[in-house]
Design a protein around this ligand. Sequence first.
Ligand SMILES: C[S@@+](CC[C@H](N)C(=O)[O-])C[C@H]1O[C@@H](n2cnc3c(N)ncnc32)[C@H](O)[C@@H]1O
Length: 191
Amino acid sequence: MSGGRVHPCQLRQRPTTSTRGTDSVSLVRFNIQNHPQQVAKRGAKDSVDERITPPAIFEPLRERFGFTIDVAASQSNAKCGTYFDRETDGLAQSWAAHAVWCNPPYSDIAPWVAKAWDEFEATRTIVMLLPANRTEQRWWQRMVEPYRDNGKGLTTEFLPGRINFGVPGNEEGKWHSSAPFGCVLVIWRRS
Ligand SMILES: C[S@@+](CC[C@H](N)C(=O)[O-])C[C@H]1O[C@@H](n2cnc3c(N)ncnc32)[C@H](O)[C@@H]1O
């Protein structure tokens, strides 16, 4: 990044996502799961971190970006033949030379955004699907907001409506209720 700005990797809080200060919001009346406040209280809910991007959302993106790797996946929900899962750990691997798809576990988003910045220069593109209702949080404010949509490689696309995420056994999200939040694509792309 140029223009005298500090690279986000120098600013970020390392993988422990803070749940205090700017990250705190009231959850009264909202049925949101795996928000940092809830995770801090009772741990991450696996069922939420395992939510699957439905084909209606993913396939047009696959066509547009030509993904070659899914860096946050399991054997049953991987969107690409090449993927990393919890065991191989997408955060510990190189994403170099790939067109990367990433729908990370929402219980701990910060390390995935930090990793994308680490990998940005070496990848073809990185597309991350994130909840759009956490833009007040530290990871967004420090690693996304100052750098997005200024012609220097990071763009955001706020998606219409709410995604009907799939769950194991209902991978296409045909009869699962929609997420109680909108989503945003965060796209790193070298010019
Ligand atoms: C929200 S789901 C995404 C599922 C699917 N790949 C998709 O894009 O729709 C996040 C996936 O990341 C996996 N995961 C969690 N920690 C991971 C890690 N450190 N490295 C790779 N995958 C991980 C979870 O097990 C889960 O399957």
